[in-house]
Design a protein around this ligand. Structure first.
Ligand code: NI
Length: 234
């Protein structure tokens, strides 16, 4: 309907009408087809934090989509950043309430923790996350049986929390990434956010497209199953 109206305007007034139209907030994103192009998923854990807004600016400049595994305890006070994530077509995932090692918790405790985090995120975005990531990648049989979402791990660990060095983060990202990789970064560290422009430019020059985890993995992933990359799905 909107397109028909635009078409009419364009027909009568030319390109000016087209360029003057603001992008509609509800325009559906058309994600790249990861069967046809090389996809990679950047993931940012433990936020939101003080550098998240800057990271969103960087991603926007590069038209790159990412996935944010949020801590429920960080949601309060960061509603603006979380709304931005959703508005700008990033994915928001559940990284537990307060980064507890799920392998040490009972089934009831895990369920309560993940539900509480889902609700905090849903209060801001209107939707509960569809994927989760366990802190430290740590799981027990109980955790796998309890978790009712696909479990997203990673195959490229930038060790950004440890090295705090943009050059090292770039080196690891470019050396270890292959098609279907999931990169682990943390937007709570300034040095990690500083590394992102070069990571995006280098991988982009290599032909990679930056998509969300769910865009890359597709709908054929199962609750309670852990995935480290998209190659295991082939
Ligand atoms: Ni974490």
């Amino acid at each position: 309907m909107r397109k028909a109206a635009v078409g009419g305007l364009v027909a009568t007034t030319g390109l000016l009408a087209l360029t003057a139209l603001p992008a509609s907030a509800d325009d559906e994103r058309t994600a790249p087809d990861c069967d046809k192009v090389k996809c990679v998923a950047l993931t940012f854990d433990d936020g939101p934090g003080p550098y998240t807004d800057e990271l969103l600016d960087i991603l926007d400049e590069h038209d790159a989509k990412a996935t944010f595994y949020l801590l429920g305890s960080n949601v309060d006070g960061h509603g603006d950043e979380i709304e931005r994530m959703v508005d700008e077509d990033h994915e928001v995932g559940n990284h537990t309430w307060d980064h507890e090692d799920l392998a040490t918790l009972s089934s009831d405790e895990i369920e309560d923790d993940l539900d509480r985090t889902d609700r905090a995120i849903e209060d801001v975005t209107g939707e509960a996350p569809t994927t989760m990531r366990p802190p430290y990648g740590s799981l027990s049989d109980t955790a796998r049986e309890t978790i009712d979402k696909p479990i997203m791990l990673w195959d490229v660990d930038t060790l950004d929390w440890q090295n705090r060095d943009p050059d090292t983060i770039l080196d690891i990202s470019t050396e270890e990434t292959s098609e279907g990789s999931v990169l682990l970064l943390h937007d709570i560290h300034e040095t990690s956010v500083e590394a992102v422009p070069d990571v995006l430019e280098t991988l982009s020059d290599d032909g990679y497209e930056f998509v969300t985890v769910s865009e890359m993995m597709g709908s054929d992933i199962d609750a309670g199953t852990a995935y480290s990359d998209a190659r295991s799905l082939d």
